[in-house]
Design a protein. Structure first.
Length: 86
């Protein structure tokens, strides 16, 4: 999940860039919270991207979304990925 976001070749690029990071325990201890976390993070990574451009942000690329979803799938509750909990 490394990426270089400085030194754009675009002359019109804004020079300050950054990411919002989600720090999550890989092993969750509360099932209900795990389910809520999975729903929220999945929404942020996918459906919520439609709100980025109207707010002057750049939405995640499809490749970045897939990487983030793969990372989310490594978070577990009781050995089960939280993305598979109902």
């Amino acid at each position: 999940m490394e990426i270089m976001i400085t030194n754009s070749t675009d002359d019109a690029a804004y020079p300050i860039s950054g990411f919002t990071w989600m720090l999550v325990y890989q092993t969750q201890s509360d099932q209900a919270k795990s389910i809520s976390l999975a729903h929220l993070m999945s929404w942020i990574i996918t459906d919520a991207q439609q709100y980025a451009a109207p707010d002057s942000f750049v939405p995640l690329s499809s490749a970045a979304q897939q990487k983030a979803l793969a990372e989310l799938a490594t978070v577990t509750y009781n050995g089960t990925p939280i993305t598979q909990l109902q």
